[in-house]
Design a protein around this ligand. Structure first.
Ligand code: PLP
Length: 406
């Protein structure tokens, strides 16, 4: 692939399908799986997952547009997010989205208002922030003070505030406890707790209960080699918990849903980029690459990501290494470093390096606009052949606010 332009993200649809098949085989049946576009909204990836039967979880106008352009049926979309503008909910409902996740009484009022104006009835999932945190490896999003969902204790204390509105039916519950749980026991414990909480709060929906969305937490490696962890016992354990809690779930009363971003796409993407400069500074090697936090790992500025150390992209490359090294990008800020004190392959200017397993939270989780470098190419392979190549561009659009033109 050395004939590709660099930097370039390369996505392999075969691997997207493989990851989907692996995860689907680990989930209880029947269940539906939402692909969270946040992980990677590239339309070719969304379309591949739609073809595998995934529904789509979207939470912005841009993700809605990406899902629509990938051919996802709006009736199979769930619109989520802790804060939504009326205009955005309106655009989603107008496009045909019928499921909205709401996070508060205000959120229910908003959907009711928007749906009434459009003369429709929307179906809402109430997102619940469970009372007890479940310990695990990943980022905890529940059981602590949070902008996500309504606290389970609040709902129990004031259920009338969460009752259906005339144009906003309360047709399910949405739990999302945490992410990237590599330990099967922790993941199962989290899903069991979500099921118990959902059973406890299902009275809110009454006869309207259609969907229990149990979220996810399925892990995948990020920017390092390796395969995702497998969960061979998950389906049986969760099936048993569902049988206890929801007698009709096997017949779709309610439908059980899961969500995943990273597990479906992380392993399908890699970033190819070149070394621009190699030098020494005091006791460190310094590698300067074409790509920094503008192309990958923009969230590392928030200390959310582990160090990123690229590998030499050459068949049969030798095992020689240099270290300790600073792995830096081209941006004029000391924050633009993927790693410090890292052991890196022995590299020269012009060498091609590769960061594996960055199909999720890659380009669109990065600081694309910062410093104005062009975005990497995005190249999609299917069966080893290029089926799509494009690059994202940012451009300024004029707003007419009645200002004088100068
Ligand atoms: C981010 C997010 C996901 C996807 O998380 P992954 O760790 O990528 O699977 C799913 N659901 C919700 C509500 C999210 O916010």
């Amino acid at each position: 692939m050395s004939e590709l332009p660099t930097p370039a993200y390369v996505y392999e649809l075969d691997e997207v399908r493989r990851a989907h098949a692996e995860l689907a085989s680990e989930l209880p049946a029947p269940s539906r799986l939402y692909y969270s576009l946040k992980a990677n909204p590239h339309p070719a990836i969304v379309a591949a997952l739609r073809a595998e039967g995934c529904h789509a979880e979207v939470c912005s106008p841009g993700e809605l547009a990406a899902a629509l352009s990938a051919g996802v049926d709006p009736a199979q979309m769930l619109y989520t997010g802790p804060g939504k503008r009326d205009a955005d909910v309106q655009a989603a409902v107008k496009a045909g989205v019928t499921w909205v996740s709401v996070d508060s009484p205000e959120g229910l009022d908003q959907v009711d208002r928007v749906a009434r104006d459009l003369g429709v009835v929307a179906r809402c999932l109430l997102r619940v922030n469970d009372t007890t945190p479940v310990p695990g490896m990943g980022l905890t999003m529940t059981g602590v003070a949070s902008q996500f969902g309504a606290d389970a204790d609040w709902i129990r204390a004031a259920p009338e505030r969460f009752a259906a509105r005339p144009n906003a039916r309360l047709a399910g519950l949405h739990l999302y406890m945490g992410t990237n749980l590599t330990d099967e026991a922790a993941l199962v414990a989290q899903l069991r707790q979500s099921i118990a909480t959902a059973r406890d709060l299902a009275f809110l929906c009454g006869d309207e209960l259609e969907v229990i969305d149990l979220g996810g937490g399925f892990a995948a490696p990020y920017a390092r080699a390796g395969r995702p962890p497998r969960y061979p016992g998950l389906a049986a354990a969760v099936t048993a918990a569902l049988d206890d809690a929801f007698a009709g779930w096997r017949g779709g009363h309610p439908h059980i849903a899961f969500e995943s971003g990273r597990r479906l796409v992380a392993t399908a993407g890699s970033l190819l980029t070149r070394v621009l400069d190699v030098k020494r500074s005091r006791d460190q090697h310094v590698l300067v690459l074409e790509s920094g936090i503008n192309h990958l790992g923009g969230m590392s500025g928030l200390r959310r990501l582990p160090p990123i150390v690229p590998a030499l992209h050459a068949p049969g490359a030798g095992g020689e290494t240099d270290g300790p090294a600073i792995v830096a990008g081209p941006l004029c800020t000391p924050l633009d470093a993927w790693a410090r004190g890292a052991t890196v392959p022995r590299l020269r200017a012009g060498d091609l390096v590769r960061v594996p397993n960055v199909g999720a939270y890659g380009l669109t989780a990065s600081l694309l606009a910062f410093l104005g470098h062009p975005a990497p190419a995005e190249v999609v392979l299917d069966g080893g052949r290029i089926v799509h190549a494009s690059t994202l561009t940012l451009h300024r659009t004029h707003l007419d606010l009645g200002q004088e033109h100068r």
